[in-house]
Design a protein around this ligand. Structure first.
Ligand code: SF4
Ligand code: SF4
Length: 379
């Protein structure tokens, strides 16, 4: 006898609030699954996800890899005869998955609640403020116009690097707990493993991420693929620059990253510009054409703003230093570190985590030969 499935009303409320307000308009015509370029032939999405979401079948959706194969291009939303906005519903479900899998769980809730924002900011302000007050060489910090700027005198690089390395180890250990739960769930949804092994699937998924091969199949919201490409590689380039600066100072014993080789500085500048241009496209489109771009919940906006501040402050630091705007440079450096802390320490609980969840789902999909119908038909 089939077990009676109770609807999870909290889950429905979350989906509606996070962008899926028109979810209940769906009458299951399946137009969305037909027009979606990324949907496979067997058990296509997003029609089935629409009925599950409408019935509050949270447990099914949080284990569903298909939710993560969607790039919110909104081709389905543009063609839906009922205005049920399936692309937005899937995005809302994705945001729920971070909360559900987060460890500790209260952090997931905090990142999803605007009321928690002051406390979330207070933590990095206090931690970085304590490092500044405890170890700064204030006699060497001259804030007058035209003075030489050395960020290391203001906030010691060694402490900041130690803080971020320790934080990353801790936070990514917590993230691994959530990702392990997620992977287990994926295996329950599609247990048949007929495709390549994990390593081969990971290579295929990585290639797909680098080329944005599937993302580029989208039609309605195509510029999103370009913007996403710029943001992703701008961010990775910025992280690589930070890692090289760390090597430069800690491993190679240089006093400060100010005298980094020009090649690394160019990498940092180009990456920062890519990040900001990509974010600029996303902001302009989201403010300008909400119907085509789709709804965005609190988590989306929060992540975009944090990333924009990190990218902008990171980029202008070197110009403020070179321009001798000492006071502005030191203040901007403090703000930059607070936002970097926010971005990295809270990564497993924010929209940032979608990078890991999506990658895992893509690897799993490759492993079970779950591919877009256009690729299946061509094979
Ligand atoms: S979301 Fe729209 S297109 Fe998809 S099944 Fe429902 S009514 Fe049809
Ligand atoms: S938003 Fe795009 S990728 Fe996602 S289900 Fe709709 S058509 Fe498919």
């Amino acid at each position: 006898m089939n077990k009676l499935q109770e609807p999870d009303l909290d889950f429905i409320r979350h989906v509606k609030k996070a962008g899926g307000a028109d979810l209940k308009k769906c009458y299951q015509c399946a137009t969305c699954s037909v027009v979606c370029e990324l949907s496979p032939e067997h058990k296509p999405f997003p029609r089935k996800e629409m009925i599950w979401a409408s019935w509050g079948q949270k447990d099914r959706l949080i284990k569903d890899p298909d939710v993560w194969l969607c790039h919110q291009c909104n081709d389905c939303t543009a063609h839906c005869p009922r205005g049920a906005r399936p692309g937005d519903v899937l995005a809302a479900v994705r945001s729920y998955v971070f909360n559900e899998n987060s460890f500790p769980r209260f952090m997931g809730r905090a990142l999803a609640t605007p009321r928690a924002l002051p406390i979330l900011f207070l933590v990095p302000i206090l931690v970085i403020g304590a490092i500044m007050l405890g170890f700064a060489d204030f006699e060497a910090v001259d804030m007058s116009m035209g003075a030489a700027v050395d960020y290391n005198n203001f906030i010691r690089h060694g402490w900041i690097e130690g803080l971020f390395i320790a934080g990353n180890v801790l936070i990514f250990s917590f993230a691994a707990i959530g990702l392990k739960r997620f992977w287990k769930g994926l295996k329950e949804t599609f247990p048949d493993h007929q495709g390549p092994g994990f390593i081969s699937s990971a290579i295929l998924a990585t290639k797909e991420i680098i080329t944005h091969e599937n993302f580029n199949k989208c039609v309605t919201n195509k510029p999103r693929a370009y913007a996403h490409f710029l943001v992703l590689f701008g961010f990775l380039g910025s992280m690589a620059t930070a890692g090289l600066a760390l090597l430069w100072t800690v491993a190679l014993g240089h006093h400060s990253p100010i005298d980094l080789p020009n090649l690394i500085k160019v990498l940092g500048t180009v990456s920062g510009l890519m990040l900001l241009v990509g974010l600029g496209i996303i902001f302009v489109r989201r403010f300008g054409d909400r119907d085509r771009i789709g709804a965005n919940g609190y988590s989306d906006w929060l992540f975009l703003y944090i990333l924009a501040v990190v990218g902008f402050t990171g980029l202008i630091l070197q110009f403020l230093r070179m321009g001798g705007l000492a006071a502005a440079a030191y203040i901007t450096y403090f703000i930059h570190l607070v936002f970097v802390f926010f971005l990295l320490w809270y990564a497993p609980y924010s929209k940032f985590a979608h990078m890991f969840y999506r990658t895992l789902a893509m690897i799993y999909a490759r492993g079970i030969n779950r591919k877009p119908k256009s690729i299946q038909q061509a094979a």
